[in-house]
Design a protein around this ligand. Structure first.
Ligand code: GLU
Length: 465
């Protein structure tokens, strides 16, 4: 059975790079009816890891990912790590090292003078004498001193490290007894039964060390997939400004979670030239061995384009629900479908959708100055006044909604007017600016009485100025 994991360090929120590897791990596990686990790597950081886990789970809930089992906190597993450190000591696969800070510094200085890679020289590896006094020892693992550490990466292919280039007897427990990063990652992945490790390739250089731990403890190696980074459009590391922010920030900016997942799955993986992937399709088609070998560039336009696509195709119910999250409550509006359809064609984000909905649903408080200057003059006010009067007498005894297209056309014919004399002044009266969806749609969403009220308000405001 395939078991994958997402193993964030608790930075307090989930950023999109993390969400992408989580998504890849999730898809690969679920596609294979396997398991997807969540582990919080909180051994080093003092931040509250519960909060971090809650933030991650909140983001997972928003995008619809779920993990199996309880969350694993490394900070709760120190006894376990200590047990494995002891095991390695007992088996003579690890040893205490009593080197002082000064000695380490001196060694480093010598190596630098010889232009060598700074590394531990193994001086306590086979030490049998009496330990120096007053030094709390660290524990070092016996790593291979020659030969190769090689593994088959699911994305990069064969990866080889020369032991002498990347390894030394690295520390697995600090002087205070706490275990080190690469040691605990290897122990946890092995004990959690992780078969496939999918993670950022910034961790590639950790992998040989983790393999040393696996080998020393006789654990079976997982399959590794090291995913190339997401870069900004200039090929630099993605910064907050480029989009490397809290996933929940995307929610606040009005992105649909499906758009974000679709964006992320394509950012580093492709299936022919298909751009749109439903969740089901992602599950069916995703394969980590097809992840691109080179870094991918974050493309904000593409994300907006996808978001617009998902807004256009969402159900009414869904968009009404999303609007509610932005404080627009239109459940009971008798024209809500017309409203949604009029807006969804123009909105790239839910924030835009909500703002446009508000502009239509509530009378304008201000009028766009430029639009007023251009379109509102005595003649326009006169026309609006007549139009409002016309709407008043066109009252329908059965209280059926007014067919604004029909009524408006009849009005124009009667007064020998053109649509362009009427359209912009009406828009300004209704929404405060000259940009809005189709005038007929806006008229019918606003409704006869409110149309009249908004026209009268505009007239009061600008008549005889
Ligand atoms: N905790 C690491 C990080 O947040 C991930 C470690 C891993 O996936 O092996 O970058």
């Amino acid at each position: 059975m395939i078991t994958t994991r997402f193993a964030p360090s608790p930075t307090g929120y989930l950023h999109i790079g993390g969400l992408r590897t989580a998504l890849y791990s999730y898809l690969w596990a679920r596609k294979n009816s396997g398991r997807f686990l969540l582990r919080i790597e909180d051994t080093d950081l003092k931040r509250n890891s519960r909060e971090a886990a809650l933030a991650i789970e909140e983001a997972f809930r928003w995008v619809g990912l779920s993990h199996d089992d309880e969350v694993v906190y490394q900070s709760e597993r120190f006894d376990l790590y200590r047990k494995y450190i002891q095991k390695l000591l007992d088996e003579d696969k690890a040893y205490y090292c009593y080197m002082s800070r000064e000695e380490l510094d001196a060694l480093r200085a010598e190596q630098q003078a010889r232009k060598e890679r700074p590394r531990y020289d193994g001086r306590y590896r086979d030490f049998k004498g009496t330990p120096p006094e007053g030094i709390e020892p660290v524990v070092r693992i016996k790593a291979p001193t020659e030969g190769e550490i090689a593994f088959e990466d699911g994305i990069k292919g064969k990866v080889r490290f020369k032991a002498e280039d990347v390894l030394d007897d690295f520390i697995i427990a600090r002087a205070d007894g706490t275990p080190t990063y690469n040691f605990v990652v290897a122990i946890d992945d092995a004990l959690m039964g992780i078969t496939d490790v999918i993670r950022g390739d910034d961790h590639l250089s950790n992998t040989p060390k983790q393999i040393v731990v696996y080998n020393a403890l006789g654990f079976t190696l997982p399959k590794f997939y090291h995913v190339p980074m997401i870069l900004n459009p200039n090929g630099k590391k993605l910064s907050k400004r480029d989009g490397a922010m809290d996933v929940m920030e995307y929610k606040r900016m009005g992105y649909m979670p499906e758009a974000l997942l679709n964006f992320l799955v394509r950012l580093g993986w492709s299936h022919g030239d298909q751009e749109i992937f439903s969740f089901q399709e992602m599950l069916e088609l995703f394969d980590p061995s097809e992840i691109n070998k080179s870094a991918s560039a974050y493309n904000a336009e593409k994300l907006l384009w996808l978001n617009a696509h998902y807004i256009k195709n969402a159900s009414y119910e869904r968009l009404l629900q999303e609007l509610r999250n932005f404080d627009v409550h239109v459940y009971d509006h008798d024209r809500k479908e017309i409203l949604i359809d009029a807006l969804r064609e123009r909105a790239k984000t839910l924030v835009e959708l909500a703002d446009m909905a508000k502009a239509i649903l509530y009378p304008p408080e201000n009028y766009d100055e430029k639009a007023v200057k251009k379109f509102i003059n005595e003649e326009a006010l006169e026309i609006l006044q007549r139009y409002a009067a016309y709407l008043k007498i066109s009252e329908n005894p059965l209280h059926l909604p007014v067919d604004f297209e029909e009524v408006t056309k009849a009005f124009m014919k009667e007064h020998d007017l053109k649509m362009k004399q009427l359209a912009q002044p009406i828009r300004i009266a209704l929404v405060g600016s000259a940009v809005s969806p189709s005038v007929y749609d806006v008229l019918s969403i606003v409704g006869r009485d409110e149309v009249i009220a908004r026209i009268e308000k505009l007239i009061r405001r600008f008549k005889n100025r």
